[in-house]
Structures are given as C-alpha cells and as structure tokens.
Design a protein around this ligand. Structure first.
Ligand code: CP3
Length: 336
C-alpha cells in the first residue's frame, strides 16, 4: 500500500473508500490486561509523561485489534498540569483539582502553555510514527467547556452546576477562563500536529449538558478559536449532543462525532456534507455476539447516508469490555 493515503484520512476528507475505517475511543486502557500490567506501579499522569510508556500503551490496541487508527495515550488534563495547574488523576474518581477556579483572580493565575511544557508528547509521537506504518495516529485535546467543568467543579460532576453558575452569574470571568483554556488547547494541538499526528479529535465530552442557545453563546466561539485553521482533519465529539451537532459542526469539524442516541442517518441530515464518526453503544459490547454483529452492521449501513463514515463507539470502551469482542467487531467492519 506504500504511498497511498491512510484510510482514515481518506474517509475524513470525504473521499471514496472501500469500507469504513475503524478505531475506538479509549481503545488503549482499562479493558486490556497488558495495559493493566504496565500501569500496575505507575500513576496515570506519570505514565502520560513517559514517552516510552505512551508509545507502548498507544500501540497495544493496534497490535491486538488491528484497528485503522491509534489514539495517543494521554488525558485531557495533561496540558493543564503541564501549564502548572495543581491537579491529579485519582484512581476510581478521575481528575481532581487542588484549588477550583471560581474568580477573576483564579483565571488570571492560569498561565499559557509553552510548547516545551509538553515536549514529552512530541517525543512520544515521534516514537509512534516510526512504528505505525499505514495506521493513522490521532492526537486529541479537551475542549474549553469540558476542561472548564473540571477546573470549576474541582473534579468530575454530574450536573456541572457550579460550572453553569459561573457561566450565567459571571459571564466575563467565564469567557476569560474559556479564552485561556482555548489558548492552552490550541498550543497543545499545534504541538501534536507539528510532531506529525494525522488528525486531531477535540473532546467536548460534557457539552451535551447545554442547550443549543447556551452552547452558541458561551462555548462555540472558544471551541472555534481552538479549531479554526488547523492543518489536519478535525474530529469534534461530545456525548448527548444530538441537538448540538450543527453548532458543533459550525465551531469547526471535518468529522462530527455522534453518540449512540442519534442514528447516523438522522445525524447525516442534521449536518449535511459532514463526515460522521460513531456510534455503537459501548454497552452493546456486553451483549451476546449475534447482537453485537447485528448492531455493528446497522451502524455501518446507517453511516452510508453520510459523505463519509469512521466507525467508532458512541463513547469510550467500558473497562469491563471483553477485548476479544472488540477484535471481532473490527473484523466485521473491515469485511463490510
Ligand atoms: O482507560 C483508562 O481509563 C486509561 C487511563 C485513564 C485515562 N483517563 C485515559 C484517557 C484514566 C484513569 C483517566 C482519568 C480520567 N480522566 C477520568 C476517569 C476515567 C474513569 O472512567 O475512571 C475522566 C472522566 C477523565 C477526563 C477525561 N479524559 C475526559 C472527559 C476525556 C474525554 C474522553 C471521554 O471519555 O469523554 C478524557 C480523555 C482520555 N482519558 C483519553 C484517554 C486514553 C482519550 C483518548 C481516548 O479516547 O482513548
């Protein structure tokens, strides 16, 4: 195949492809015994700072499942930590921030990210590109709203109530915070692109908690500042964003990520002209194999209504997923 463009890139550009490329959000990680073994004695943030570990963990699902793309092993809070924000990833909980961001002074204390702060990411990408061959490498970052929700809440939250209190109650502080986060995220993605990733995905995982009007007013300009003019295909993803798909496409997306709640043929009519990524319910992977196979074929068929389709789950692989089911699922998509 040497010389031909990687399948994922062709699909992302809306070019005709023989079958959809396939990869999974969170394909590297908790579902894999080889990952759990590597991480046994290494903290999550430490593992993200070690290029040798990042490279090995990123490659594990590629070797095992033969997916068409690798996603860099990291976390959305890695650039925030690298910019000096005191936070940690606590096992079983997620990101925890030492001093939540609530005031104009808190926002002013957030400094920009310098490319040198994330040199370890660029180094990991260089190691990966030497190994990946025709397999695409996807870089990623968290979008301003989703990052802000961790900083304002101080950790994971269900309703993002404090985040919204700041947004509605102190819009100037909110916009200043999101502008700083957009600048950090932009630098983080530019470092990954300069190091050679084939595409990037912006995770606005929690944007689905917003109405379309509020998304447009409080979030879209900041996500646009991140995505505008990037030089590789951009995948823009959130959970529960069926009502936000057109606005997220406007913020910037060559590929719109869709969760399992919106069938891909419906999504295709909401964002005409856009390539789609998704959207098998991760929970389906726990069902008997005939159900998994039938649901996979349904998603592939519905994806044909879009100008291009990258097969994925509607959100990340669940920890309890049997990795053999993922491998078989890849075979179904790749023979479709
Ligand atoms: O599989 C794993 O859990 C691997 C290790 C790990 C990651 N993040 C990798 C990651 C761990 C322990 C975390 C902590 C973390 N960070 C959590 C809790 C995870 C849990 O379920 O226990 C959460 C919620 C975060 C914050 C976060 N990180 C969000 C909201 C996102 C966006 C994606 C999403 O799931 O909505 C991330 C990105 C992330 N964390 C990736 C990886 C490997 C992204 C790349 C990918 O999809 O593979």
């Amino acid at each position: 195949m040497g010389g031909t463009m990687k399948l994922l890139l062709r699909a992302a550009r809306g070019e005709a492809v023989p079958r959809p490329p396939v990869w999974f959000m969170r394909q590297a990680g908790r579902s894999l015994p080889e990952y759990r073994a590597l991480r046994a004695d290494v903290g999550m943030l430490e593992s993200c700072r070690r290029p040798d570990l990042v490279c090995e963990i990123t490659l594990q699902p590629v070797r095992r499942h033969k997916v068409d793309a690798a996603i860099l092993f990291s976390d959305i809070v890695v650039p925030l930590r690298a910019a000096g924000i005191d936070l940690d990833i606590v096992a079983g909980t997620g990101p925890v921030v030492a001093s939540p961001v609530r005031t104009a002074d808190d926002v002013a204390a957030i400094r920009p990210l310098e490319p040198g702060d994330v040199a370890f990411v660029a180094e990991a990408i260089r190691l990966l590109l030497a190994e990946l061959g025709e397999t695409a490498l996807i870089g990623f970052a968290g979008a301003p709203f989703t990052l802000a929700s961790y900083l304002v809440e101080g950790g994971p939250s269900r309703h993002h109530a404090k985040t919204k209190a700041l947004m509605y109650g102190a819009p100037d502080v909110w916009h200043a915070l999101c502008a700083r986060l957009a600048s950090i995220t932009r630098v983080f993605l530019e470092v990954q692109i300069a190091a050679g990733v084939d595409a990037v995905q912006l995770f606005d995982s929690w944007a689905g908690s917003l109405s379309e009007a509020d998304y447009r007013r409080y979030v879209l300009p900041h996500s646009r500042a991140v995505l505008d003019g990037l030089t590789v295909p951009r995948i823009h993803f959130g959970v529960g964003t069926g009502e936000l798909l057109p606005a997220m496409a406007e913020a910037g997306a060559d590929v719109v990520g869709v969760d399992w709640r919106t069938p891909l043929d419906v999504a295709a009519s909401r964002v005409p002209g856009k390539v789609l990524q998704g959207n098998l319910d991760p929970c389906v992977l726990t069902a008997p194999w005939p159900v998994v196979a039938a649901e996979t074929r349904r998603v592939v068929a519905e994806g044909k209504k879009a100008p291009g389709h990258i097969f994925n789950l509607g959100h990340g692989v669940l920890p309890e997923t049997d990795p053999d089911v993922l491998t078989r699922l890849v075979e179904v998509v790749q023979s479709s």
